[in-house]
Each structure stands twice: as C-alpha cells, then as structure tokens.
Design a protein around this ligand. Structure first.
Ligand code: GCV
Length: 679
C-alpha cells in the first residue's frame, strides 16, 4: 500500500482500486455552459484528473472540449455521443446541487453553478474510490443545509483551544500561514460539502483582534481566494471590544454613535481588502468576553448593529447563543446554566435583522456525551438559527479515545421540537424547511490541526468527514457515512470495512458507559476536560453540578426544580417533567433520584452505574481485539498509531470506572450486587 503522503490526504488519498466499469466514461469530457477557467471549475477538473489517474491509472491527458453554442443556449448545444458531459442548467436544480445520470455510456453531470459541478465531481470520485459502478446512475443531490461550516478555534500563537491534533495550520507565532496545507484543507473540506470556514477562535484576544487590520489583510485575502476556489466562504471571529482595543474609543456600546461610525469605517476597510469575506462570528457576553450586556443593551442590539453595517458589503453576522452566568452559587437551586441560552435569547425572537443568524450549541450545556437538545432550536420561530456541534472531542475523549460523533449529531437532527405540527425536527428547522428562511445551517467546531494525519487519531477523521457529509445530506445514516469513510480511507475489503464501521458505530455508547451516567454529564477534570474528577466542578462556580449526596444524584429541572423543562414545546416538556416518561438516558439530567430508584431494565440506579462502568471497560477491550484483527490488513503506521491510542483509552476507561464506581459506593454505601472490585 502506498504510504507516501497517504495520511495527509485522508479520504482523498485516491488509492488504486478496482474499476467497476467506470474508467471508460472519462475518455472525453465536454463542458457545456461553463467556463473552464473559472477557479472552482479548474479545481474540480484538476481533482477529477488526479483521482482518475491515481485510482484507475488513467494516465493520458483527458481531452476537454467546450462546444460552440452558435447562438443556442447551453441546454441546446450539441453534445458528443460518448464520455463525460458537464452541463449548466438554468432550472430544476437548486444552487450547489447537481444531477448525475448515465445513459448509453454517457455520464452527465448537470448543475446550476460551479459549486454544483465541484460537488458532483467529488461524488463521482467517491463512487470510484468505493468501487461502485456509475453505470445507470440517476441521482439528484442538493444540499439540505444552506450553510455548512467549520469553526476553527485557532489562536494566532499557533495553539488551538480544545485542539487535540497539534497546532494550527492557519497561524504560527502571530503570523498567518498560507501553504500547501491551506489548499489540502480546502480540498478536503469541499469534498464533503463544506462551504464556510471561520479561521480564528471565537475567544478573540491579543493579536487576533488585529486580524481586521492592515497588518493581516494580504494573507487573509490570499486564504479567502484559495477557499473561494473550492466554494468555501471565509469568515472571521470578531472581538466585540475592538472599538476600545483598536479604535481607542472608550466604549463598545452598540447604540453609541461613535462606536457605530468606527465599525462602519472598519467594515468598509475590511471588505475593500477581502471582498469575498462572508462575515463574522461573534461570541459576546460569554465566559469573560465583552458584549452588549456590559452597556445595558440586549444581544439583539449588539448583533443588529454589526449586521446593519456589514449588510452593504453582502456580509452576515453569526451570533453565538452560548451566553450564561458562569458564577452560579451552588446554594441557589433555581438558577440553572441549562436555562441560560433560552432565557437570554427567546424574548427577542423576531427582533434580529435578516442577516443575523443565531448559532446554538446542540445541547443547553456544553457538548457533553449526552444532553438533551437545546430548547432554543425550534423555540425560536422568527429568527435565523443554525446548529453548532463539536467535532473536536473536548468532552468526548480528545481524539485519544475513539468516539464517532455522527450518531450523536444524527440524534440531534432527528429530534422533534414540536414547534409546529409537522416539518418540526431540528434538521427541518436548521435547514430552513420549517420557517422558510435561507440563512441557516450547521457548524462544527473543527477537530483538525497540523498533525500529519490532521486529527491526532486517524479514526477521528471520520468525524471531520462525517460532519460535512451529514450537513450536506441530513438523511444519510451514521453507518452509511462510516462505511464510505472507511472504504475511501482504508480499504474496500468487506471484512476490514465492516470491522472499522463496527468500531466507529459502537464507540459513542461505549464512551458514555464508562464516563458520566444517564445524562448527568461533566465529572471531568476541570479545565483540561479529559479524565474523571467526579467532584471536579461540584465545588466550583461554573454551574455544572451533579448534586450527589448520600441518598441520590441528579439535577431537578422539573416544575419542582429549576423549571427548565418548560422551555420545551409540548409534549416534550411533560415527557421530561415525568420520571416515568423521561427518556432513561437523560434521567439524571432532568431528575434528582435516589440510588435505589428502579430503572426500566429492572436494575437500581446504583447498580446501573456499576454495570455500565464495568461494561464500558470490557467494550474497550473488545474494541482493541477488533483493531488487532486488522493488523497487516491496513497500513502499519496507522495500525500502530491507533493501537497506541487504544491503550490510552483503556487506561482512561479504567480510571473512569474505578473513580465513578468508588465515588458512588462511598456516597451510597450500597455494594455492587456482583461483588466486583469497587475501591
Ligand atoms: C472557545 C467551552 C469550552 C471553551 C470554549 C467555549 C465556547 O466552555 O471549554 O474552550 O471557548 O465552550 O464554546 O465558547
């Protein structure tokens, strides 16, 4: 197997493969209605040549032709009777979508724009890599989500907040980097349908504040151009306090005339130098970041002011809803961090201007392995909204432990919000189907870095791949995505592929079993968020309590507790409010229950804690056995790298098991029925 640069190309390695009868379709390529010199077309066609060459050994120069139209429209122009035809159509396919059909030896890719062609070509390359025939293809693919973004939490010193795969490939020592990796990143992201990327961390500090100044314009504009060639819009995170830090003003009050004038001038400058910039992502009034609340203004005042000023330049403002009071007193059982997003944003629903999007984390807390879906999703009915998930495994194993997150993202998308009688799932809401808006979609905190394999653990690349594929086609299953990724990355050998899919598909449940039970979340080592510390946050001010005592545990968020359940539409509110009806995997998120509480499985709560933690460790041991069965059948370097990560995962799982079990045994004084070792 070709080890050369293999891992730097991930699923675009284009390993030599069996030709499922596809090669013959590409002797001659005709472009109809498209300009071959358009940057997106150029990149798409170059990718096709590269892929065909590497996978099928088609080495001759592919012949292109653009038929003369003789006054005819592109649709009517004469086409050759063999080969591959790329044709622009003026109706029947939405922007970024494509139709792929094969008939009588002619493969036709139709699209309304260049991005549609790019995605169509990546579709073709995927089929070839998976050794699937293109004969008799007949598919129409249109993206479900208008925006499909990656958010990088990269800092300008080269570090990445919550990054687990090396340093940034965008920044180093206060400089912006533009190199081969910038191109490869754009190719990889585009190949799964990503069409937006935020370059810098939402916590904008120090030099990053200066990204919107002359110091960095040239380099940022260069990246924006590279991205544009792959259909990706570049966005920047903005420091809300820029008027103070860059403008020498003494305020950042969104209603202050001097502040408004400063931003107006700043945006004119920025868009003049980076004309294709998509806009800005803003984290305000959160975890120490400044925002409109500082000046007694609302979140809408802040977002709208910026949005009005970027609008003439075609820009948008993506405003994060991760706003909460991180100084909660544990004695206060009514204040609830889970409530905060909704409480801070719902009242102004409908007041946000049309080029503002509220970006909402999937759960009300913070990317835990299990939490309910944020009630803001579908709670807001008159505001553009997009879903934020985290591909970076901050709380889910940090790319040491295997945790394939696509099943979790799927669950969120499939959640019925009941915001209206039909078309009401999160997927419906964020795709714009529910409320008919076009500024919406999905964003993921990226899990990439400058490690050779991009994601630290080779298997974590499935989360990067999977997020993009899912954001483009929300109806794909987590398993289909896993199989595609495994086939393109490793091998189409049935057994190898099945084993990798099995590992990926079981990994989220396994991780959940050996960490925190039944939706309670947290119990992680403070700050680093890796490994167990049951009381790590229990005695701090962050409002992430489990409230365990000698009788029971869990947070009462029902009517008799914090009342959080009422932020959901019915029947979700009543379901969560009732111990009997609450989905068991979320029981401790919503209810404080005694250790003796009987679960549907017939086990007590405490016995469930013991059993699931023992099972979690056993499952990691089984995962290692499955991985070992792949030795010699996948590249050695990858085998060894992942094998070493599994050792660390097993150590971590045992730590979690022992600490959690021992903690709850000592609290409850109820022994394990099966008399296993509980310290
Ligand atoms: C970028 C959590 C993380 C922070 C992150 C924050 C956010 O609190 O621990 O590192 O900051 O979420 O999403 O803004």
């Amino acid at each position: 197997m070709d080890e050369d640069k293999r891992w730097t190309q991930l699923w675009l390695a284009y390993n030599p493969c069996q030709d499922a009868g596809n090669g013959g379709l590409f002797q001659h390529t005709t472009l109809c209605g498209f300009d071959r010199e358009h940057p997106v077309l150029r990149n798409a066609l170059a990718e096709l040549e590269r892929g065909l060459n590497k996978m099928l050994g088609i080495t001759h120069v592919i012949e292109w032709s653009t038929p003369s139209h003789d006054g005819k429209s592109a649709d009517q122009a004469l086409l050759p009777d063999t080969g591959f035809t790329v044709r622009r159509v003026s109706e029947g396919i939405r922007p970024e979508g494509y139709r792929l059909t094969e008939q009588d030896g002619i493969l036709t890719l139709e699209a309304a724009d260049e991005k549609g062609v790019l995605y169509g070509i990546f579709h073709i390359l995927r089929q070839i890599a998976l050794e699937q025939p293109l004969m008799q293809t007949n598919v129409l693919c249109e993206p479900d989500n208008p925006l499909r973004m990656l958010n990088h939490w990269d800092n300008m010193d080269g570090s990445i907040e919550r990054g687990y795969s090396g340093n940034s490939f965008f920044f180093e020592n206060g400089e912006v980097l533009v190199d081969e990796r910038t191109h490869d990143y754009a190719r990889l992201a585009a190949s799964v349908g990503i069409n937006g990327a935020v370059l810098n961390n939402v916590n904008v500090k120090d030099q990053a504040t200066w990204l919107i100044t002359d110091r960095y314009f040239d380099k940022v504009a260069q990246i924006a151009r590279i991205f544009e060639g792959y259909g990706i819009k570049l966005f920047l995170s903005l420091n809300y306090a820029s008027p103070l830090e860059l403008g020498n003003l003494n305020s950042a009050d969104p209603l202050n005339e001097d502040v408004i004038a400063w931003w107006r001038g700043k945006f004119s400058e920025v868009f003049a130098r980076i004309p294709n910039l998509g806009g800005f992502l803003v984290k305000a009034d959160s975890e120490g970041r400044p925002g409109p609340f500082t000046y007694g203004r609302t979140q809408a005042d802040g977002a709208n002011m910026l949005a009005d000023l970027v609008k003439p330049h075609g820009g948008i403002i993506i405003w994060r809803c991760f706003v909460y009071n991180c100084t909660q007193d544990w004695r206060d059982t009514k204040t609830d961090r889970a409530r905060a997003g909704y409480d801070n944003f719902i009242e102004m629903d409908g007041d946000y201007h049309d080029n503002v999007i509220l970006q909402i984390k999937n759960g009300p807390m913070d990317f835990q392995i299990r939490e309910p879906v944020s009630p803001l999703l579908g709670g807001l009915t008159r505001t553009n909204q997009m879903l934020e998930v985290q591909a970076a495994q901050e709380y889910t194993g940090q790319q040491i432990d295997l945790c394939y997150l696509i099943p979790l993202f799927k669950e969120v998308l499939d959640f019925k919000t009941y915001c209206r009688p039909d078309i009401d799932t999160v997927a419906d809401v964020v795709s714009g189907r529910t409320f008919g808006n076009s500024l919406c979609g999905m964003a993921a905190v990226s899990n990439t870095g400058n490690d050779e394999n991009w994601t630290g653990n080779d298997l974590a690349a499935a989360n990067f791949y999977g997020f993009g594929r899912l954001a483009f086609s929300t109806s794909l299953s987590a398993e289909e995505i896993a199989a595609e990724w495994a086939g393109m990355t490793y091998s189409n050998d049935r057994e190898v592929k099945d084993s990798i899919v099995k590992l990926l598909m079981g990994s989220r449940d396994t991780y959940e079993k050996y960490t925190s039970p039944l939706g309670i979340g947290w119990m992680v080592t403070p700050n680093t968020h890796y490994g167990p510390s049951v009381d790590g946050y229990e005695y701090s001010r962050w409002g992430t309590y489990h409230r365990a005592d000698h009788l029971g545990l869990g947070v009462d968020r029902t009517d008799s507790g914090t009342g959080y359940v009422r932020q959901y539409h019915e029947p979700n509110a009543s379901r969560y409010n009732s111990v009997e009806e609450c989905p068991e995997e979320l029981l401790l998120f919503f209810h404080h229950l005694p250790y003796t509480h009987m679960l549907k499985s017939g086990k007590t709560l405490i016995q469930h804690i013991y059993d699931s933690h023992f099972e979690g460790v056993e499952e990691v041991e089984e995962m290692i056995r499955v991985w070992e069965s792949l030795k010699g059948r996948i590249p050695d370097a990858s085998y060894e790298l992942v094998r070493e990560r599994f050792d660390r995962q097993l150590y971590n799982a045992k730590e979690w098991r022992d600490q959690v079990n021992s903690y709850f045994y000592r609290k409850s004084n109820i022994p394990d029925e099966k008399k296993r070792v509980v310290f």
